[in-house]
Design a protein around this ligand. Structure first.
Ligand SMILES: Cc1ncc(COP(=O)(O)O)c(C=O)c1O
Length: 375
């Protein structure tokens, strides 16, 4: 069986250069970066370098980077950290109907503590209307969190405009950039962001490391209290090993030229599917404002999970999930107003740096064979 991996939005393999950068930490720099003696000097130096590599990708200062355990923790720190700090000022948080559970669930948790959450609707392509945001802001709004790009359909949100609206009203703006980082520009000053979350395992670093950008002027309540690591924003001895991996990965994905090659492959994939299946295949997500690696398509009147099960060796994701024996549409596709006849047939293919044209052609051939058999 030939294995073809088209699930890079779920996770990426570790880049060999990232793995190589981690090796010296494994056998040399074991000291505690905070110790201040000979054994800590190496660890502290690599941690500093890693932080500046992350900062270079985001276009921010090194001291604005807080290392976390991943995207989920970064999102939790942003939402809860702001809420706990500003709850005297207000309790209203605005987000969208298509966020990752790492935003939705902290919001639900904060609701139980008295927060009021507004989930902005999206259109059929998965985009929010900035005017809806304008209308949703109240004097009690303390934070707006809108994802940069959606993990399922790849739609890129108009966050620059949303951040401008937030700042006109004196509200902090956070974006979950776990999917956009390394795929499209994510410079915090260009996008006018106050907080931004990233996850290492989406950009060829290992799982268990991520970061939150926190603008210098912003004070957060930490989630983990302890010694003053990470500028008092996240206690716990830093893992130089994982930080180095994230730093190297950030350095590698800074040049977005590789994503242009991926975009061409992704578009080739879509053109081939249209040629073979005509109006029996539908694109989910925005045709233009979309991540260059993501192709979420629906095979009309078919079940995506059944198709995937019949593809041999292809790793991809469906747009539906089985809950208590029933197949249900994903909340993202539901929020986009996609009906069951189309939505149930959704499959997300997400490409990465190692994806080849040969792999795409092999998947197209398999899909043609599988779909020739009535569902
Ligand atoms: C948009 C988005 N946010 C957050 C996360 C969570 O990141 P992590 O798995 O590093 O906690 C993911 C991962 O799937 C994601 O796609």
């Amino acid at each position: 069986m030939r294995r073809i991996y088209l699930d890079y939005n779920a996770s990426t393999p570790i880049d060999p250069a990232v793995a190589a950068a981690m090796l010296p930490i494994v056998d040399q720099h074991f000291g505690n970066p905070s110790s201040g003696h000979w054994a800590s000097i190496g660890a502290k130096a690599v941690l500093d370098t890693a932080r500046s590599q992350v900062a270079a990708l985001l276009g921010c200062h090194s001291d604005e980077v807080v290392f976390t355990s991943g995207g989920s923790e970064a999102n939790n720190l942003a939402l809860k950290g702001v809420f706990f700090k500003l709850r005297e000022k207000g309790n209203h948080i605005i987000t969208t109907a298509i966020e990752h559970p790492a935003i939705v669930e902290p919001c639900r948790f904060l609701e139980r503590l008295g927060a009021q959450i507004t989930f902005l609707p999206v259109d059929g392509t998965g985009r929010i209307d900035p005017n809806d945001l304008r209308l949703a802001i109240t004097p009690r709004t303390i934070l707006i969190s809108i994802m940069h790009a959606n993990n399922e359909v790849g739609t890129v949100e108009p966050i620059e405009e949303c951040a401008r609206i937030a700042h006109e009203r004196g509200v902090l703006f956070h974006t979950d950039a776990a999917q956009s980082i390394g795929k499209i520009p994510t410079e915090v000053n260009q996008l006018r962001l106050d907080l931004l979350s990233i996850a290492g395992h989406k950009i060829y670093a290992p799982k268990g490391i991520g970061a939150l950008f926190v603008r210098r002027s912003i004070a957060l309540e930490p989630l983990i209290h302890g010694a003053g690591h990470e500028g008092g924003r996240r206690a716990g001895t830093e893992s130089a090993l994982l930080a180095v991996a994230l730093g190297k990965a950030c350095e590698l994905v800074r040049d977005l030229a590789a994503m242009e090659r991926v975009r061409v492959l992704r578009d080739h994939f879509w053109i081939e599917l249209q040629k073979r299946f005509g109006n029996r295949v539908v694109l989910n997500g925005h045709s233009v404002h979309r991540l260059p690696n993501t192709l979420n398509v629906s095979f009309v009147d078919r079940i995506g999970a059944d198709i995937l099960a019949r593809l041999n060796g292809v790793a991809a994701t469906t747009g539906s999930a089985c809950h208590s024996g029933r197949v249900e549409l994903s909340p993202v596709l539901s929020a986009m107003g996609i009906g069951a006849d189309v939505g149930m047939g959704a499959i997300r293919f997400s490409l990465g740096h190692p994806t080849s044209r040969d792999e795409i052609d092999a998947v197209v051939t398999q899909l043609t064979e599988v779909l020739a058999v009535p569902g």
